[in-house]
Design a protein around this ligand. Structure first.
Ligand code: PLP
Length: 233
């Protein structure tokens, strides 16, 4: 068993444990493997261990990987999730190559993704990114902007509104993180009652996955615990 395979197994066991502790079924929580900055071989190793959902944050890096794997039939069936900040001059590549975007935080990017989504692809799955901690350096909309933007996106035929995404406050204090996640859970439950397409609460990373699952996360985004720490160039 290679490193990535054993780490994936360990993460899945942790997801199952924390789901049960929260009175939930393990299969209510999807695992998104965040492979940003990691080489193609790391994605291939995870794929061979059964992983199919991958998250990337940098458009150019991601497109290179996606195109390499598209040419290899033995890596069919990957679902690509864009989770990074999205500039409007990069929306076309994202609309053409990804299955999901978690980081929608303005109408303009949503409009462009809608207009640029190829007719031959199914509608692009999107989540609104919420800056739940209110930190100035963070991307995302405020909680009070969610329903306005959701209404606009719901009218875009080439986008499918799936839910909400957040990154908790950057702190080791899990009580603060839990407060953030509980607010997200409340928002998510309200959004779900309005839109039948909404089923995804994307929250929880390597350091706060357990708290996120306890607060209703349906998709955890895990990088470091699967692929090891990242080195930025
Ligand atoms: C990098 C990243 C992750 C993964 O973080 P880890 O702490 O390595 O698990 C999750 N979500 C987003 C938006 C990221 O940019």
């Amino acid at each position: 068993m290679n490193d990535i395979e054993s780490r994936l197994l360990a993460i899945k066991e942790q997801i199952a444990t924390h789901a049960r502790l929260a009175g939930r079924q393990p299969n209510e929580i999807q695992l998104l493997a965040v492979s940003k900055t990691k080489p193609l071989e790391a994605i291939q190793a995870a794929y061979q261990s059964g992983q199919r959902l991958f998250g990337e944050s940098y458009v150019q890096e991601a497109i290179t990987k996606i195109q390499c794997l598209k040419n290899l039939p033995e890596y069919a069936g990957i679902e690509w999730h864009f989770i990074g900040p999205l500039q409007s001059n990069k929306t076309k590549l994202v609309a053409e190559h990804f299955d999901w975007v978690h980081s929608i935080d303005r109408e303009k990017t949503a409009q462009r993704l809608n207009d640029q989504r190829p007719e031959t692809s199914s509608p692009l799955n999107v989540c609104l990114q919420i800056n739940i901690s209110g930190e100035q350096t963070k991307s995302g909309i405020n909680a009070d902007e969610v329903f306005g933007l959701a209404g606009i996106i719901n009218n875009f035929p080439r986008l499918k509104l799936r839910g909400l995404m957040t990154i908790a406050e950057n702190t080791a204090d899990m009580n603060v993180v839990r407060e953030n996640f509980l607010q997200m859970q409340t928002l998510f439950n309200r959004l779900k009652t309005q839109y039948s397409s909404v089923d995804t609460l994307s929250m929880g990373m390597t350091d706060d996955m357990a708290v996120a699952i306890g607060c209703g996360s349906t998709m955890v985004r895990i990088g470091t615990a699967i692929f090891g720490s990242r080195e930025y160039k």
